[in-house]
Design a protein around this ligand. Structure first.
Ligand SMILES: [Zn+2]
Length: 234
């Protein structure tokens, strides 16, 4: 067994661990939040806000209309009671009542339009609520599978960690340190390069025959002269 072999086997486990941890994070994210549900929630909130705005406008208009009704009633009573002293006062009051009635009629039109808008907004809210329920139901269904996947990743990670510990206990400390430093420096996390067809499997450089011989049988680790990775001949 060459010196690099246990490091190569360790690397296979570490690469698998990295993949499993990355996939586990994806599963955890998918369990924590669902884009379709978030989107449906945002849509529902916007629809509810639009509905409340219309309802509030309508209430304000209704209050104004009530005030106007009171004013019309008050003026009409004054007209019918006949305690008006001058013709000018009578004409002014009649004009005011007319103007109020005209304005009140316009207001009634506006309120009808707003009520129609309110009905439409209410339907939109209902539609968004149904969409949110649907998205949530799908997410919950998916979550059953996701939780199973999460358990499988946890099992795989535990098994990798156990195997890792067993291999590490048999590797010289200095080799492990060289491997760890190299692995952290390489963007793809590959510290040990498998030699294929006489060339470094990572950068393609062909090591000298002396270096290759040392790699096969030597008692110390050998490194690719180009990419610096630990060489391993399988
Ligand atoms: Zn190389």
């Amino acid at each position: 067994m060459s010196r690099a072999e246990p490091l190569y086997r360790l690397q296979l486990i570490d690469i698998d661990l990295d993949q499993a941890l990355k996939q586990l994070r994806g599963v955890e994210d998918a369990l924590a939040s669902n884009p379709a549900v978030v989107h449906a929630q945002v849509e529902l909130e916007a629809a509810q806000q639009a509905y409340h705005k219309i309802a509030s406008d309508l209430r304000a208009l209704e209050l104004e209309a009530h005030g106007m009704d009171d004013k019309i009633k008050e003026n009409e009573e004054r007209l019918y009671k006949g305690n008006i002293h001058t013709p000018k006062e009578l004409v002014d009051l009649q004009r005011e009542v007319e103007s109020l009635r005209h304005h009140r009629a316009e207001m009634e039109e506006s309120m009808l339009t707003i009520m129609l808008n309110q009905d439409e907004a209410s339907q939109v809210v209902q539609h968004c609520r149904t969409a949110l329920d649907e998205a949530t139901r799908h997410w919950l269904e998916d979550s059953i599978n996701l939780r199973q996947e999460r358990q499988q990743f946890h099992d795989r990670i535990s098994a990798d960690e156990e195997r890792r510990e067993a291999i590490c206990s048999a590797i010289p400390h200095s080799d492990l340190e060289a491997y760890t430093i190299l692995r952290s420096k390489k963007p793809n996390g590959v510290a040990v390069s498998l030699v294929r067809g006489g060339a470094c499997g990572q950068c393609g450089e062909s090591p000298s025959s002396v270096l290759l011989q040392q790699t096969r049988t030597g008692t110390s680790l050998t490194n690719c002269t180009t990419c610096g990775r630990i060489l391993y001949v399988g």
